[in-house]
Every structure is written in C-alpha cells, then in structure tokens.
Design a protein around this ligand. Structure first.
Ligand code: GLC
Ligand code: CA
Length: 543
C-alpha cells in the first residue's frame, strides 16, 4: 500500500496530553514530556498520534473548552515547542493528528466575552434565545446537557431574559454554525495547523454543529443517551455541507491531510454519511467499545462496521476505549451480559460486582489481537498497551470531570480513565513527573501502578507492552493487506476468520477449543498455545 494511503491502515495512538508525561514537574503532562517519550512511541510501532486538545483553556472540560484555537495551553508549553514536536514526530515517521473542537468555545473565548458584553453582532455567533414562561424563567427548550442538567444557562442580569445553549458544560457555549464568520474562522484554524505540518484532525462532536431550525423541543432523553439518539440537536443533515468545505481545505495540501469524525449517531448508515467521498476520511466506530465480550455480538458489530464503511468506500475503524469511557480491562472485569442498554454500558461502574482485573486483562489482551487483525485503522488509548484498569475509587474531592457536578454527584464521570501514566517501577508518581517535582500528579495514581509501569513491563517478554509491540510489528506482515474478512465456521463462543494467508481465532466461551490441524501459531494472547485455544484468549496463526 502506498505511503499516501497510510491513514487507511494506520494504528493511531491517542495521547491524553495532560496525563501522558510531565516534563517540568508541575504534575501536568506537557509537550516537553511528550517529546521526550517519542522513542517509546516509535518502539511501540504506531503510525500516528492523536493529541487531545492542547490549546489555551480554563479546563472546565479538560481542554475541550478552547479559549484560543491558534495557540498552546501555557501549562502544556508553547507554539515553538509544538512546532518542534511536530518536526520530531515526523522525523520518526509518526504522523500528528490534532483535536479540533468546533461545536463550542470556552466561555473565555474572545467571541463569547464580546457576546456577554453585548457588542454589536457578537451574540449572533452563539445560540442566545429568550427564556420561556413569565419573565423568561424557563429555558428556551427541553434540551439536556450531555453532562446532566439543562443545556441552557441564563445570562445574568440580562434585560431580555436571554439564555445561551451549551450541549456540554455551561462554560462551553455552542457556536451558531449558520453564521458565515464561524464557518470561515474554522477553515482558517484548519489551515493554520495544516501549514505547520499537522497531518489531520479528529473532529470533536462532529455530529453536533448544526441544530434543527427553530430549536424545537426534542422530548425527554437521559443525559448520557441524548447524543446517540435522533434529536433536533444532533446529526442534522446541514452538518455535511460544513465537512465538504473542510475537505476542500484539506485537499489543498500535499500530502493530503485527513479527518476522523467523533460522531455518536444511531446507526452505521448515519455514520457512513459523514464518510462520503467529498466529506471526511474516517469516523470512529464505537460499537466495539460498547459490546460485551461475546463472540456473537462482536461478530455482528464487526460485520456492521465493515459494511457501513464499505458502502462509502471508507476504511473501518476499531476503538476499544478512549478518554470518555471506562478502560477496557475494567469493562471486561465483570460479567458480560448480552443486551445491556447503552446507558448501562456508558455508566458501567457496576457497584454491585467486584472487578476481577486479572480476567479483564486476559480478555483485553485477546481483544487487542482481534482489533489489530481487522482491516482498516486501529486506535490505542494511552495506557491500553500497559493493561491499565479504570481507577474506580478516586476520592470525590479529586474528581475534575464536570459530569460529576452536573449530574448532581450521581455519575462519577470520566476521571478514572484519565489518571497519569506510570513510567517507572518506583514510588508515586512512577516517573510521570521528573524527580524533584513541585506538585503531585493532577489525579492521584493507585498504589500498585509501579508493577504496571513501562519500566516493569519493558524487560518482561510476557507483558502487555510486549504483546502490543509484537502485535504491531507482526500486523504489518500478516494483516496489512486489502484482503477481506472471511468468517470460519466455529463453535458458539468462538470467533475466527481468515484474511489473506493468516487466521485470527478468539475464544470468548467457557471451554478450550481445538485449533485447525497443521496451523502454526504466530502470536498468542496467552503463553503455551499450540493446538488448543483456551478460554478468553486469541491467537494469530498461519495455515
Ligand atoms: C467529546 C470529547 C469529550 C468532551 C466533549 C465536549 O465527546 O471526547 O471529552 O467532553 O466532546 O467537547
Ligand atoms: Ca508539566
């Protein structure tokens, strides 16, 4: 496959910069720390990094409240450091994908500040509306924030009883994408970073930008489910015209710049609409990260994802976790009932069932081999390669996700998957910050994470980290092909397919199963596999 098509088969590593590596000892990850760890990423064998928002931000939502789209958050570094990082990554043949947040700005963005001061025309860039009821006491419609509570906040002391829309936190006012200045501003932001050599963008809440005209009521939906359902706030047809414009910006560059959409839409058919040839290149396929560890469900999810992407000629994408959902190990550490509703999975902090992390790790290793054997692109969320679990017992006072407050302290939110990485097998902060650091990590790390650190796993051939390194090396040889998935007949609980001249076998069932006679094992998620595949394990074989 040609170099220009790198994004069709890429393994993209998600850097949650705040928690990746702290270079200056203030307890917050930064560009210096990230740059110093480039050799680690190169050795892992990834093709690209996607960096969560690194722009100036008051951090009401961990950087997804952007105050200036053309600069760097001071606690992360400087624009010069960003330039140097991009160059250093490219030297190692690692592409750089940034995160663009077009649905909303920070309330400290100059545009929203001007709107609050009611400068002429400034409010038109956002969605201000008069309240309902006597004195405008009630929000303009019934929309709920994804983080909980109403999606509207009142402008204090406003004579017209105005409210403004925020589908997320009150500090994240939604932009009005009907406004031509909003459109041109974002095309300018894309060009600003493309000119710096950035290879692409992950588009935050790509399905949210355009709202149904008139902002009608949408009916009651729970907060977590709202952005996955058919609703006047989400997945409106008008959004596609925006992406056609963005695609023409990307097409001006060589090599071509690429987009990946974060769009939580109700079906693969709706998702495919974002991937039409003049729109976005790829989109996250999220069904995998919501599926229980069951062969039959996984097979359906894989088939649907491949069919959806193929209908528009796009590569499928495979995501096991990210900074918004519980870590894979923990998701697989408890029983795996079929047919859990979306909100049950999204909340998925099953208080009543103790997590068996050894079991979760065993399944997560197997699932990684499944993910990397499939056609298309694969995403690795930092720490997945170390087999880190969700930190479910963070003290309440440490929690920073706005979901915690906005849900009235009923949903613990997403901090548990954002805990800073352990690099060294020593005491806290496990090398996340350098020796002599002046502050603790911004979220506390669990007492046993030294044993899951990079250093502890580096020298251990049976470690999670080695499995990832081996898988990413062998993936190039075995699976980086145009060959399609062809399912093999198996017992219930087992998933097996051929692609090209290799096979992938996954056992989610209760009993070991025989592998076909004569195959040779190339890589296994557990030691000692030759002719039978134990339960909760996966293997790559050649026939
Ligand atoms: C996306 C991000 C999430 C953020 C939200 C609002 O879903 O992944 O972290 O809170 O958008 O920007
Ligand atoms: Ca720092």
């Amino acid at each position: 496959m040609s170099d220009a098509a790198w994004w069709k088969t890429a393994v993209v590593y998600q850097v949650y910069i705040r928690s990746f590596a702290d270079g200056n000892g203030d307890g917050i990850g930064d560009i210096t720390g990230l740059t110093a760890r480039l050799p680690y990423l190169a050795e892992l064998g990834i093709d690209a990094v996607w960096i969560n928002p690194w722009y100036p931000s008051p951090m009401a939502d961990a950087g997804y409240d952007v105050a200036d789209f053309r600069n760097i958050e001071p606690s992360y570094g400087t624009l010069e450091q960003a330039d140097a990082f991009i160059a250093a990554a490219h030297e190692r043949n690692i592409r750089v994908i940034l995160d663009i947040v077009p649905n909303h700005t920070s309330d400290r963005h100059r545009w929203f500040q001007a709107a609050l001061r009611d400068e002429p025309g400034a409010r038109e860039r956002y969605l201000f509306r008069p309240g309902r009821g006597p004195g405008g006491q009630l929000p303009p419609n019934d929309w709920q924030s994804v983080f909980g509570g109403p999606a509207w906040s009142r402008v204090e002391g406003d004579p017209d009883n105005l409210w403004y829309l925020h589908l997320f936190a009150p500090a994240q006012p939604d932009l009005n994408w009907e406004h031509p200045e909003v459109r041109s501003e974002f095309e300018g932001v894309l060009a600003f970073w493309f000119d710096k050599g950035v290879d692409g963008f992950r588009i935050d809440v790509a399905h949210g930008l355009v709202k149904e005209a008139g902002l009608p009521d949408g009916g009651v939906l729970t907060a977590g489910a709202q952005h996955n359902a058919t609703h006047p706030a989400w997945d409106q047809d008008g959004v596609h015209e925006i992406y056609r414009g963005w695609r023409s910006v990307a097409n001006r560059y060589a090599p071509e710049r690429v987009f990946i959409a974060e769009a939580w839409v109700p079906s693969n058919e709706r998702l495919a609409r974002y991937l039409r040839p003049d729109e976005l290149h790829t989109a996250f396929q999220f069904d995998f990260l919501r599926a229980p560890w069951r062969a039959s469900t996984l097979r359906t999810v894989i088939d649907d994802a491949m069919a959806g992407a193929a209908s528009v000629g796009a590569p499928p994408t495979w995501v096991l976790s990210n900074h918004d959902v519980p870590r894979t190990v923990t998701r697989y550490s408890r029983s795996q009932p079929a047919g859990l509703s979306e909100s049950e999975w999204e909340r998925s902090r099953w208080d009543e069932e103790v997590a068996d992390h050894d079991l979760g790790r065993r399944r997560a290793r197997a699932c990684a081999l499944l993910q990397f054997a499939l056609p298309g692109t694969a995403y690795v969320y930092q720490g997945e390669e170390l087999g880190l679990e969700e930190v479910e017992d963070l003290p309440a006072e440490a929690r920073q996700d706005p979901t915690w407050v906005q849900s009235g302290f009923t949903d613990v939110g997403r901090d548990g998957c954002r805990v800073p990485l352990p690099w060294i097998n020593g005491p806290v902060p496990y090398g996340f910050s350098p020796a002599g650091a002046t502050a603790d990590p911004w979220l506390p790390q669990p007492p046993h994470w030294g044993e899951h650190s990079v250093q502890a796993q580096d020298g251990d051939a049976a470690s999670f980290l080695h499995l990832y390194r081996d898988a990413l090396t062998l993936r190039r040889e075995l699976w980086e092909t145009d060959a399609e998935v062809s399912w093999l007949d198996t017992d219930a609980g087992v998933l097996a397919f051929t692609r090209g001249d290799a096979q992938c076998w996954v056992n989610t069932g209760d009993a070991a199963v025989p592998l076909p006679p004569g195959v040779s094992v190339v890589l296994a998620s557990v030691p000692g596999v030759t002719d039978t595949l134990p339960t909760d394990a996966a293997v790559w074989v050649r026939g």
